[in-house]
Write a protein that binds this ligand. Structure first.
Ligand code: PMP
Length: 340
């Protein structure tokens, strides 16, 4: 077995507390039972949110939009968070704020999960059948300090897994089952990365790699969709293009932020299907996601994009986005929820 090298193995350090069904449990006590439905049948939806240190205070970036998407993902799988678990969207936002404060985190990754839990039936019959409707719906929230995410630039490689058809899996929901495909894509890209690093194919600055491979998923019509955890954009002749939501992508909140920022900066943004070959001959390509933020793509399937370095519009939008998340652009300050 090849020892795979991911660009960064650092993901999180333990924090003091995890929020689980309204209680702040110590990190080591936040456990689930082995018969938990979600563990067997992937009956879980989740979110990935970031909070940033700003001049005023720690601020959650587009927390309300993420929580709304969480409730919508749950609805697709017939989980009504308010009725089944007893929490409103405001309750979840408040819980996140309290958790960030209790854990004293400044630059945070926030992971709320909603899942079909174990139902303690005592001596009565328990339930572990396929139909999940009898299982208790639980909500938990994890937060941790977030280290820089991967190498600064991406090289993409098309993976041999097709993004599922809309009637196979609802990719619009941020559901754990969908991430099995993302995992296969990530493993594939990591293999390529390991071999590329061994071959001296990845550029370095000092001892640090400044690029790493990421997977790209195509749909059953040959249109590009997204990465394992990022949406994708291309620039051609000054216009910015991105696949539409109907192309089986996650409705990325960073995607939405970037589209609004680009329009504010005066660029034209078009949502339309994009062929893989179009991407090869784009002037610039970049990816967006909560964890990845905005990542320049410098190569796709071994073809350099532009001059093989981050493009001009990409650099401009990255710079603007970083000011937005830190509350430095008044126009977009409504996207921030201050913890205090
Ligand atoms: N696509 C997938 C499959 C993802 O997992 C993510 C990360 N949540 C994204 C796109 C980007 O979405 P967002 O900007 O909301 O994080």
């Amino acid at each position: 077995m090849v020892v795979l090298k991911t660009p960064s193995n650092k993901m999180f350090k333990k924090t003091k507390y995890i929020w689980y069904n309204g209680r702040f449990l110590k990190w080591d006590d936040a456990k689930v039972h082995i018969t938990t439905h979600a563990l067997h049948y992937a009956s879980l939806v989740f979110e990935g949110i970031r909070a940033y240190k700003t001049k005023k205070d720690v601020a959650i970036f587009r927390g309300r939009d993420h929580i709304k998407r969480l409730f919508e993902s749950a609805k697709i799988f017939l989980m009504d968070i308010e009725k089944d678990a007893g929490y409103t969207q405001e309750d979840i936002l408040e819980a996140i704020k309290q958790l960030l404060k209790k854990n004293e985190i400044k630059e945070a990754y926030i992971r709320p999960i909603v899942f079909r839990d174990y139902t303690d039936a005592g001596d009565r019959w328990g339930f572990l059948g396929l139909n999940p409707l009898r299982c208790k719906v639980s909500v938990a929230i994890i937060t941790f300090e977030f280290p820089p995410f991967g190498a600064p630039n991406f090289k993409l490689v098309t993976v041999p897994y097709i993004r599922p058809n809309p009637m196979s899996l609802p990719m619009m929901a941020k559901a754990s089952a969908n991430y099995l495909i993302s995992q296969l894509a990530s493993i594939y890209a990591t293999y390529i990365n390991t071999l590329a690093e061994k071959a001296g194919y990845l550029r370095k600055e000092g001892d640090s790699l400044i690029e790493s491979f990421e997977g790209l998923l195509v749909d059953d019509n040959g249109f590009i969709t997204e990465g394992p955890g990022e949406n994708i954009f291309m620039v051609k002749d000054g216009i910015i293009y991105t696949p539409p939501v109907s192309s089986q992508i996650l409705r990325g909140i960073t995607r939405d932020s970037v589209m609004k920022i680009l329009e504010y900066m005066g660029y034209k943004v078009v949502e339309r299907n994009i062929l893989l070959s179009e991407l090869y001959i784009a002037d610039e390509v970049f990816m967006t996601g909560t964890a990845a933020e905005i990542k320049p793509v410098v190569e796709i399937d071994f073809r350099p994009i532009g001059n093989g370095k981050p493009g001009e519009i990409t650099r401009k939008v990255m710079e603007f986005f970083h000011r937005v998340v830190r509350g430095e652009v008044e126009e977009f300050e409504h996207w921030l929820d201050y913890v205090d």
